[in-house]
Ligand binder design. Structure first.
Ligand code: HPA
Ligand code: ZN
Length: 352
């Protein structure tokens, strides 16, 4: 069930709705922090660390950001991450994200990170987690952003490698709140990671997984049934299975939807064809997120404003619902959620 709407205008002209979207407090639940690495910072870190890049300039690198599918993106995304060597690099990357997030009025963020992308290059996992954690602490003290980390396993690698990664992260257990599953989806079903997710659950970690981005609805069912996830990342292909949609709606299972990502990776041909309105109309707990904002053309406000501009079915009520879902679907304590939702309600009431 969803709660009754608080006082808010029934309609707003598009420009006023866009400005309400921009100024309202919001939560980001699907951001790969390595996907926030802007070309300028990639070049700065490459120079600082003496890393050679395959592109001669920032412009040449950015021009390469034309993707045919998830894998063609991942190839360039992993190459970009190769400039991250020192703890300070991981801090700088996350801090740059938090400054942009603050400008977008993000008050709560749960950041994915991919330790295996770095440990495979000989970087100590403590360097990765330490730098990211320090940025999260500073985000709280300097920007008022409540931030936490979710450790993702790369699904194109083996489950044994995921188990070894979880083991290596245990000395830093207090610095992350959960585990996720990302990278190449097709051919790597959730079942492959049953043991490592069971172990994470026994450790009291939250569990999420990418499913139903490029992969079939059966991968969403596998994530629910085998991995016991509390959120589905993307999940847009659920609509191909009406029984699954009914199950997701009845359980209020959150979907962390990333509209600009879906267009860049050709899950949908255009934003106007995105199924976000259909997901909301089906009663699903959909949220809007940025995924890999440096690669996909925008941060959280860009995703929201572009989606509402392209999809006339989305109005004030849908804006409120999406932003509220973002708080409800977070792993923050209930008291924090209630405080943010009160601020959200006030922002919508003031727009009348
Ligand atoms: N899908 C899967 N893996 C990823 C993504 C994504 O959109 N971004 C970064 N890793
Ligand atoms: Zn993602």
């Amino acid at each position: 069930m969803t709660a009754a709407l608080p006082p808010m205008p029934r309609h707003l002209p598009p420009d006023r709705l866009a400005s309400l979207l921009r100024s309202a407090p919001k939560s980001e639940l699907h951001i790969h922090i390595e996907g926030s690495l802007e070309p300028e910072l990639i070049f700065r870190l490459a120079q600082r660390n003496g890393v050679a890049l395959a592109y001669p300039s920032v412009e040449a690198l950015r021009a390469a950001y034309a993707f045919a599918d998830l894998q063609s993106f991942l190839d360039i995304y992993y190459a970009g991450a190769s400039v991250l060597i020192e703890e300070q690099d991981f801090f700088d990357m996350a801090w740059a994200y938090f400054e942009r997030a603050a400008a977008d009025q993000v008050v709560h963020a749960e950041l994915f990170f991919d330790p295996q992308t770095h440990t495979a290059r000989g970087i100590d996992i403590g360097v990765v987690i330490g730098g990211l954690h320090r940025a999260c602490e500073q985000a709280r003290s300097a920007l008022g952003i409540d931030a936490s980390l979710i450790l993702c396993f790369l699904r194109h690698l083996s489950e044994d490698e995921a188990l070894a990664t979880l083991q290596a992260a245990l000395p830093y257990r207090t610095m992350f709140i959960g585990v996720g599953l990302d990278s190449s989806e097709r051919g790597h079903p959730p079942q492959k990671f049953a043991r490592v997710f069971a172990e994470a659950g026994a450790l009291g970690l939250h569990r999420v997984a990418h499913a139903g981005e490029e992969g079939p609805p059966a991968y969403i069912e596998g994530a629910l049934d085998v991995l016991q996830v509390e959120r589905i990342d993307h999940g847009v292909r659920c609509v191909e299975n009406p029984a699954l949609v009914a199950r997701l709606a009845a359980s209020r299972m959150p979907l962390t939807v990333c509209p600009l990502s879906n267009v860049k990776l050709r899950v949908f041909a255009t934003l106007a064809e995105h199924n976000l309105p259909a997901l909301l109309a089906a009663g699903l707990c959909a949220t809007v997120n940025s995924d890999d904002p440096a690669y996909f053309g925008g941060y959280l406000n860009d995703n929201l404003v572009a989606s509402f501009a392209a999809l006339p079915q989305l109005g004030v009520a849908e804006a409120y619902r999406l932003l509220r879902n973002g708080f409800e679907a977070s792993f923050a304590p209930d008291a924090d959620k209630a405080g943010w939702i009160a601020r959200l309600d006030a922002a919508f009431a003031a727009a009348a």
